[in-house]
Design a protein around this ligand. Sequence first.
Ligand SMILES: Cc1ncc(COP(=O)(O)O)c(C=O)c1O
Length: 454
Amino acid sequence: MSQSGKAGQPAVEPDPGSTSPAQRQDTRLDTYVDRYAERAHGMKASAVRALFAVANRPEVVSLAGGMPNIADLPLNVVADGLKDMVLEIGPQAMQYGSGQGEPMLREQICEVMSLEGISADPDDVTITVGSQQALDLLTRIFCDPGDVVLAEAPSYVGALNTFGAYETTVVHVGMDDDGLDPVALREALVRLQQSGQRAKFLYTIPNFQNPAAVTQPVARRKEILAIAEEFDLLIIEDNPYGLLRLSGDPLPAMRAFDSDRVIYLGSFSKTFAPGFRVGWVLAPHAVREKLVLAQEAATLCPPVFSQFAVSSYLSNHDWKGQIESFKSMYLTRRDAMLSGLAEHMPTGTTWTHPDGGFFVWLTLPEGLDSQAMLPRAVSNRVAYVPGTAFYADGLGTRNMRLSYCFPTPERILEGTRRLGDVLAREAELHRTFGISDNQPRIAERSQAPRPNQR
Ligand SMILES: Cc1ncc(COP(=O)(O)O)c(C=O)c1O
């Protein structure tokens, strides 16, 4: 089943939008509080951000953040490319540029997307400041306050924050082992229709979903596209991890099957480096025109220096070979995570088995609360992201997201051992004292994947 909620509070705080100004908790600390726009009151530091300060301490094994592991990038190649770029085209690379992005990079992006079956015209590509900005620009051009956006349950915290910043209402749609559930999608669309509402778009992450780590098989993608056709639904396909499929070729993107109904988001953050902040949107021509106007209003133009830097990397380096080497590095880490979980998790814990990407989604034994136990976990020198961060409506208390991308395999194994200790103690406490988290349970269809039961 789907649930709805006001987006923008993926952390656990109560919805400030439902509190009168006089009751607000933040007035004593922030003397500007009465000046902010209504939408600013919904902006809260996410659970991920709040965790970084603690989780970055060296004694803590952080299975929390999703930072790409770029230690193996050929820094000399990047450095040489940057030096040549400055010497050869410095004044151009350091100048303002086009709001749509540099033509050469847009052509190279079409080559990158062809690896996932997409045939595209560079003129339909708009460069953005990471795919995060693509989410912002798209929500800006499509959504008014109160508009409904469909998103998987659970979904990417950065997208939920953006949808919240534009005061949309997120309706979550459940998943199963194969990602977004078409039955739940249809039900949500029918319910909206019956209440005279229309979703502005469906936001979906078909590959190695963040945070649930499940992947839509090709048949499932086509099924979702058929429902979208039936209900005249626009789809935003967010695909930062697709090329990091750990075995076999990348799957064809949804956009490969439908160029009118699917707006595709890509990024160099996971296949090259996030610091350049280069992502892109592939959109139908009319949408692309609006996007460029929105981009000009937001930044005048996406960073030209970064675009030339990425373009030079793609021209001068075996970037496909680099992706293969990233994949074998992530494979070892994924396997360390899965074997650590198999060894250390107490009975009743379940988790997903990802084919790629960075994450594993864990479901705790009945009665345990990932948010409540986080301080105990950090005291035991292991960190994770509580499941509630990935819902707009406070669900997910029995879940947590674990990242395997960054720590070494040895640290991942140690992290799962520490986490197993914490879970075993919490389960023991629960058995002894019957402490309950008292949170609403996620309905069966929304319980995200049905992971392998331990
Ligand atoms: C699903 C998803 N979409 C978008 C982003 C944002 O990536 P970028 O660095 O391209 O802004 C991330 C980053 O983790 C992500 O996981």
